[in-house]
Design a protein around this ligand. Sequence first.
Ligand SMILES: Nc1ncnc2c1ncn2[C@@H]1O[C@H](COP(=O)(O)OP(=O)(O)OP(=O)(O)O)[C@@H](O)[C@H]1O
Length: 300
Amino acid sequence: MIKLKGLHKSFGKIRAVRDLSAEIREGEVFGVVGTNGAGKSTLLRMIAGVLKPDKGEVFVDDKPVFENPQVKSDICFLPDTAFFLPNATPKLMAESYRVFYPEFDMRRFESLTSRIGLETGRKIRMFSKGMQKQVSVILGICTNTKYLLCDETFDGLDPVMRQAVKSIFAVELINRDFTPVIASHNLRELEDICDHVGLLHKGGILFSENLEDMKFHIQKVQCVIGDPVREEQLLKELSVMQYERRGSMMLLVAKGTRNEILERVNSKHPVFAEILPLSLEEIFISETEVAGYDVKNLLF
Ligand SMILES: Nc1ncnc2c1ncn2[C@@H]1O[C@H](COP(=O)(O)OP(=O)(O)OP(=O)(O)O)[C@@H](O)[C@H]1O
């Protein structure tokens, strides 16, 4: 488990991370989302132990991470701009990774690179940006470290490759002790891979939730009731987070389980009613609006 306790980090007058506390549970995919400059990279660098917090501490499996090589050997950090040795090939990079990470799985490296058609003997600098990202992710996965910190890792990957990386993560999560932390400014990129998402804003965590819990407790429903009195009653009875009208159709996002909401709606004898799937983005927008934030400005 990763525990972040009261982290602060400033660069001169810029307060990149302020009083940030959170927990990242083992075996979960944790997403850190936030706009450019929200403090995501700074946070990941502190978790990786390459940057010392001004105040507070990062504990990885109950041990402080900074200047602790033993703990750091359980963490692989993939920065947003991958570092490759000059003129290196993927094969050479894999060999140098093996020096730092004794558990590096060379066989898996060969199998993954061949599966996605990456030539391991070609110079990385001749690769496209997306291909360089692929090399970086594969190297990270093959380190076999328990924690993999990914900074904007899915950025620059095409949809097919993004899907491939997600599948690789899924296999790792099943087969070994693996906890990826993925930072992105794009909630849509995190939607189908993360179990838990923390929303970072101006260096602090605004919101940190398990996605299944969130989806279980919020529903989007569209219905036609056709009677203003019963419509009014429904709006009063539900804990409405968002409400919109399109002609006679009511479209609302409300707190409650699927059954609770349907029961309330059906008690108003609707002409038509259905529960619609909610995207992670809609959930975040609803939850944070209720908390008094205009999250649309924080996500895109
Ligand atoms: N080494 C540094 N020196 C000075 N300021 C820095 C440094 N690193 C980060 N900052 C500042 O700290 C703030 C947070 O930056 P950070 O890179 O952590 O944000 P981010 O959420 O990762 O942004 P992005 O999505 O653009 O990568 C920014 O205002 C940035 O300018």
